[in-house]
Write a protein that binds this ligand. Structure first.
Ligand SMILES: CC(=O)N[C@H]1[C@@H](OP(=O)(O)OP(=O)(O)OC[C@H]2O[C@@H](n3ccc(=O)[nH]c3=O)[C@H](O)[C@@H]2O)O[C@H](CO)[C@@H](O)[C@@H]1O[C@H](C)C(=O)N[C@@H](C)C(=O)N[C@H](CCC(=O)O)C(=O)O
Ligand SMILES: Nc1ncnc2c1ncn2[C@@H]1O[C@H](COP(=O)(O)OP(=O)(O)OP(=O)(O)O)[C@@H](O)[C@H]1O
Ligand SMILES: N[C@H](CCC[C@H](N)C(=O)O)C(=O)O
Ligand SMILES: [Mg+2]
Length: 521
């Protein structure tokens, strides 16, 4: 949430009230003058008169450098780890050991402990957070529990949609959203909790009624450096359960026992796609999904709850989506919902934007999907699913790239996976951000089979258009990596771009412009 959104409903909270919850080492300045707080933020650009500015030492810069500017903009109080010299009277400085923790504590109090009035469900894992979170949100809303959602670039509640910059916002943005949700009548919220958020204490102090672990595979190693550190970040979520809280784990993932290490066995709900009972993990409750049929549109599944089995059609393709659904069902069970009701609600969900989303009709009789696979594991899962479920004699075509300013180790891996699983590969730009797009493609190419069939087309729109022209009868085209995104970021500038729209335009052109026979193979 940005400054102007915060201003839309300015709250005035006595500073004294916030001071009660912050572990201060030292206070310097005039406590009376600081008066009422009008906003809590760690970004000097969001400061309004009366704000409490929290100076955070970051990875790119140090928030202490912006204290003067925050004060010039009217900040009445400043939380910092080091009190600067030479800044005028009238400001109260609050020295703390950890400014990120203080930010979370101050924000929680400023927004009137809204987080305590919500049942909060957190979902972490490398892939599947958005899908699983949206399934849980839909299930709870369908059961009459007004439930908000906070996740990849979007917050929704009570018919409202608020765009977000991050998957998990900074603490002050998060608590502001909780307040709005409570005021809007929400009783629950499902939120994606990224490993960055856990490391950077964005969710410090929040208590989760349920915490879900989807899976762990290489990602964000530019930030965490090792898989051990990445896993440890995710594990932190499971220390933040409410006394009646429970953990839902993908038992088929080798990291599940690590996530469960500090959770009491009776609070562990294990989900598996296999009937085999693995004894390496003590589970309070076990859930098993038996896939009885699968097509490119859906899977037929028998969901085994602790005492009942319910048959359900999962209208999202791929066994990984069956696991997402099973985890959502386990959350519902833990919250006391009836298995039949859970399955009825979940079977109504037929699409999650940008996730295995089928787009338009190809005039040649093939089909196209947009998917947000931007990690090696996601690309592997999606391509394997489409490969297994497509017509045996047809081809699988993939268009993808890798984001700039992100984990570079993903690039050759994704190149290898695409060239092993797809019949035709076009590598192109994702969001190059500040990197040279050609250099990103060079790194993807390093993992690819050079004898295989692939093209390199730097312009994503052109890559999609060429891919569409390659679709023949029964062929399947996957455009991967950007899913729901409505922009492409090149050289630090974001311009409108939608894989879905680009596909529709290319398909329409290819159908209109080409003589019938050229659409046939
Ligand atoms: C690694 C990471 O997540 N960094 C985020 C983090 O940076 P940081 O704490 O190191 O802060 P910094 O940029 O060094 O700045 C230090 C402090 O100075 C402040 N500042 C800075 C400039 C200024 O003019 N005034 C000012 O007060 C900043 O607000 C900050 O408090 O806090 C910044 C302020 O909120 C974010 O912009 C920044 O996100 C970067 C840009 C980012 O891209 N993050 C991504 C990777 C991210 O968070 N992704 C996760 C996971 C996605 C997923 O897998 O789903 C997410 O949750 O979205
Ligand atoms: N359970 C899963 N296991 C592996 N891959 C998955 C799973 N669920 C979804 N995917 C793949 O990962 C992609 C991203 O899915 P989703 O957006 O649900 O994950 P996410 O964890 O929210 O991602 P992000 O970290 O970007 O927020 C999907 O488009 C699909 O390709
Ligand atoms: N949550 C991921 C999203 C990546 C999406 C992909 N399109 C890219 O830009 O790399 C990240 O911020 O790393
Ligand atoms: Mg997400």
């Amino acid at each position: 949430m940005n400054g102007s959104e915060q201003r839309a409903g300015i709250r005035h909270v006595p500073l004294e009230k916030l001071l009660g919850g912050i572990s201060a080492l030292e206070l310097r300045g005039n406590r009376e003058l600081a008066g009422e707080v009008t906003c809590v933020t760690s970004d000097s650009r969001e400061v309004i008169p009366g704000a409490l500015f929290v100076a955070v030492r970051g990875y790119c810069t140090d928030g202490h450098r912006f204290i003067r500017s925050a004060v010039e903009r009217g900040a009445g109080s400043v939380i910092c780890e080091e009190i600067p010299s030479g800044i005028e009277d009238g400001v109260l400085f609050i020295k703390v050991t950890d400014a990120r923790i203080a930010l979370a504590e101050a924000a929680r109090l400023y927004y009137g402990n809204a987080s305590d009035q919500l049942m909060i469900i957190g979902v972490t894992g490398t892939n599947g957070k958005t899908t699983t979170s949206k399934l849980i949100t839909s299930m709870l809303n369908a059961r009459g529990i007004s439930c908000g959602y906070i996740g990849t670039n979007l917050c929704t509640f009570a018919e409202r949609e608020i765009p977000l910059d991050r998957t998990t916002p900074e603490a002050h943005g998060l608590h502001a959203l909780f307040r709005r949700m409570v005021d809007g009548g929400c009783r629950a919220v499902v939120m994606e909790v990224s490993s960055h958020a856990l490391m950077l204490k964005r969710v410090h102090g929040i208590r989760f009624r349920a915490a879900v672990f989807t899976n762990l595979t290489p990602e964000h190693l530019d930030f965490h450096e090792t898989m051990e550190a990445y896993a440890s970040a995710k594990q932190l979520l499971f220390d933040q359960l409410t006394p009646d809280g429970f953990a839902v784990l993908n038992r088929d993932d080798p990291a599940a026992p690590f996530m469960a290490a500090r959770v009491l066995p009776e609070k562990i709900y294990c989900c598996s796609l296999s009937a085999r009972q693995d004894t390496s993990l003590a589970c309070g409750n076990s859930f098993f999904a038996e896939i009885t049929g699968a097509s490119i549109a859906s899977s037929r599944v028998a969901l085994h709850f602790p005492e009942t089995v319910v048959s359900i059609e999962v209208r999202l393709p791929g066994s990984f989506n069956v696991m997402n659904m099973l985890e959502a069902a386990s959350v519902g069970f833990g919250l006391g919902l009836d298995p039949d009701e859970i399955c009825r609600a979940l079977s109504l969900v037929s699409a999650v934007e940008g996730r295995m989303e089928r787009v338009g009709e190809s005039c040649s009789g093939g089909m196209a999907f947009v998917d947000y696979a931007h990690t090696p594991d996601a690309l592997f899962k999606v391509l394997s699913t489409l490969r297994d479920l497509k017509d045996e004699h047809s081809r699988l075509i993939v268009v993808f790239g890798c984001g700039g300013n992100r984990d570079r180790s993903k690039r050759p891996e994704m190149g290898r996976i695409a060239s092993e699983l797809a019949d035709e590969v076009i590598i192109t730009s994702d969001n190059p951000r500040d990197e040279d797009p050609e250099a990103i493609l060079d790194e993807i190419e390093q993992g690819m089979n050079r004898d295989g069939r692939y093209r390199r087309i730097i312009d994503r729109a052109e890559a999609i258009s060429v891919a569409v022209s390659m679709i023949g009868k029964g062929d399947v085209l996957l455009v991967a990596g950007k899913g729901h995104e409505k922009y492409q970021e090149i050289s630090g500038r974001k311009a409108f771009f939608s894989d879905r729209e680009q596909l529709l335009t290319s398909m329409q052109k290819s159908c209109e412009g080409e003589p019938e026979k050229e659409c046939e193979r």
